[in-house]
Design a binder for this molecule. Sequence first.
Ligand code: G
Ligand code: G
Ligand code: MN
Ligand code: NA
Length: 253
Amino acid sequence: LGLLSDLGLALQRGEFVLHYQPQMELASGALLGFEALVRWQHPVRGLVSPLEFISLAEESGLIVPLGAWVMRQACLDAMHWPAHLRVAVNLSAVQFGNADVLHTLQDALQHSGLACERLELEITESTLMRDSQAALQVLHALRSQGVRVALDDFGTGYSSLSYLRSFPLDKLKIDRSFISLMDNPAGDSSAVAIVQAIIQLAQALHLETTAEGVETLAQRDTLRRIGCLQAQGYLIAKPMDALQTRSFIAGWL
Ligand code: G
Ligand code: G
Ligand code: MN
Ligand code: NA
C-alpha cells in the first residue's frame, strides 16, 4: 500500500542495494562467483526483502527499470573482482518477456566493460514454460550475446523434458526445498534420490548443476558424493554487501 508508492521513488532515490551470495565448486573448493540479490534500503522500514517488493514491482511494471539497474550494478560490481569470477543476475518473467531485455543486457555489458561470459542470467522454470516458443527465441537472443543462462528453482515448476532438451541452457539450480529434505532427521532417502535424478538428468543434457540452500556439512558431502558440481547456501556464506563481498574474495583460500 504505502510500499507501492514508495517503490516508485526508491529507484531515483538510490535506495536499492545488491547483496552477493557465493557459489563454489564442490570437487575443488574453488570459488566460482556470486548471485546478485537485490534489497531495498527503505528510509523507515529498513532493509526490505525482495519477497516483499518484487511482485509489486512486477505488477506495476517497475521491475523493468529496476531489473535494468540490477543488471548494470551487478556488472559494475563484478568488475572489482578477479576476472575468473562470475556474477549471476535473476531475471523475472516480466523482464524476460519485455522487448527491451536484449538492449538492457547489451547496455550493462558495454557500460561496465564486463566480459560477457562472466555474466549468468537466472530464469525460473515457470518463466520458460509460460510460453515456451517465445522463450526459446528470447533465450537464443540472450545467448547470442555470449552470456550464460541458468534455470532457477529447478524442480518446483513443471518442465516439459522435451522443451528442457531444446532450450539453450548452461545449468540447473536445484531448488533448496529438495536440499533441505536431504538430511532431514526423519531420514528422507527419497529426497536424495530426487536430487540424484536431477543431477543425472542434467548430466544427460550436458548441463552444470548448482545445489541451492546448502546449510550443512552433511548436505555438502552427500551432494559431492552424488556428483553435484556446485553449491550455494548459508554453509558457504549468507548474501553480503558489495564491500563484504570483496573481503570475502580476498579471504577465500
Ligand atoms: O535473497 P532473498 O532470499 O531475499 O531473495 C528472495 C527472492 O527474491 C528469490 O527468489 C530471488 O530469486 C528473488 N530476487 C532477488 N533479487 C532479485 C532480482 O534482482 N530480480 C528478481 N527478479 N528477483 C530477485
Ligand atoms: O530464488 P533464488 O534462488 O534466486 O533466491 C535465493 C534465496 O535463497 C535468497 O533469498 C537467499 O537469501 C536464500 N538463501 C540462500 N541460501 C540459503 C540457505 O542456505 N538457506 C535458506 N533457507 N535460504 C537461503
Ligand atoms: Mn536465483
Ligand atoms: Na533459486
